[in-house]
Design a protein around this ligand. Structure first.
Ligand SMILES: C[S@@+](CC[C@H](N)C(=O)[O-])C[C@H]1O[C@@H](n2cnc3c(N)ncnc32)[C@H](O)[C@@H]1O
Length: 267
């Protein structure tokens, strides 16, 4: 079951890789840059960037640690890693690896960071504990998650659009998940503290997307939502796009909340 879920996640992000970069300037990059600013990386630091995607946090991290530092950037998705290698050719201190980071063996990092990745792990707590164990004693972790209902409005408009176009019942909401209980600052800080971290802090990074039709559709094709679209025959994608954009317009939705929580702590 966990393997099926992981195959599904990888498939969604494999398909999204090029559009993921296009959405990056609106979504992934500001979020990644905010996390790296909080991480306060120093020249020479050794960093693990877990669930790196196309490098929204790994690339600024590599710039911060400089040529004397090192960043291992790890993602399950081969196309994401290919795209990251293409984008980071001028940063020899960044090494991109296609792997499941929940079994990543190298350790002793000064900082382990993950932007919008840990909630995809089949067991979020065990996977996060593994990442923490990759940090050297006294090193720091920086884990970014969505706050509350961030991004949920896109799903709320996408699912009925798919159902209407395919004549299928709407995809049911996913089963309850740990992330639903810890997606606000206080419970997130408490959960990080339970992981054995000290000096835990949670920074709220307010962000919103202006939903022009172009950006609103990129939100679907350049993110994990791509996995839902992938189940729809390609010839129906234009119709889904039309219904989805009409639904957003009917509600007068011009901004999408994309606020994140940046949790930090020391091992
Ligand atoms: C929402 S994206 C975020 C990417 C990037 N950190 C960013 O902020 O742009 C989540 C990424 O996590 C990756 N991922 C999910 N589970 C993973 C795992 N077990 N090991 C490595 N990568 C994983 C996915 O392939 C995807 O690229």
């Amino acid at each position: 079951m966990a393997d099926d879920r992981q195959t599904e996640i990888r498939g969604a992000f494999d398909a999204a890789a090029a559009d993921f970069t296009a959405l990056g300037e609106h979504l992934w990059e500001p979020i990644g840059a905010a996390a790296v600013a909080v991480a306060d990386l120093q020249p020479g630091d050794r960093v693990l960037d877990a669930c790196c995607g196309t490098g929204a946090s790994a690339i600024p991290a590599a710039r911060s640690v400089g040529p004397s530092g090192h960043v291992d950037a790890v993602d399950l998705s081969g196309p994401m890693i290919d795209e990251l290698r293409r984008r980071s050719g001028d940063l020899p201190q960044l090494q991109a690896h296609q792997a499941d980071v929940t079994t990543w063996a190298t350790g002793g990092y000064d900082v382990v960071q993950s932007a919008l990745g840990i909630f995809f792990f089949p067991d979020m707590t065990a996977g996060t504990d593994h990442l923490i164990s990759r940090t050297r004693p006294g090193g720091r972790v920086v884990f970014t998650i969505w706050r509350g209902d961030s991004m949920a409005a896109a799903r709320r408009h996408l699912r009925p659009a798919i159902a209407e176009v395919t004549n299928a019942p709407p995809v049911p909401p996913r089963p309850p998940h740990l992330i639903d209980q810890i997606n606000q600052p206080d419970p997130y800080a408490a959960w990080l503290t339970e992981r054995g971290l000290t000096d835990v802090e949670v920074t709220v990074h307010e962000h919103a997307l202006t939903m022009t039709p172009e950006v609103a559709w990129l939100v679907i094709i350049g993110s994990g939502f791509r996995g839902e679209l992938a189940k729809v025959p390609a010839e129906l994608h234009d119709a889904v796009r039309e219904r989805y954009l009409a639904s957003l317009a009917n509600e007068g939705m011009s901004r999408l909340d994309a606020t994140t929580l940046i949790g930090t702590g020391r091992r």
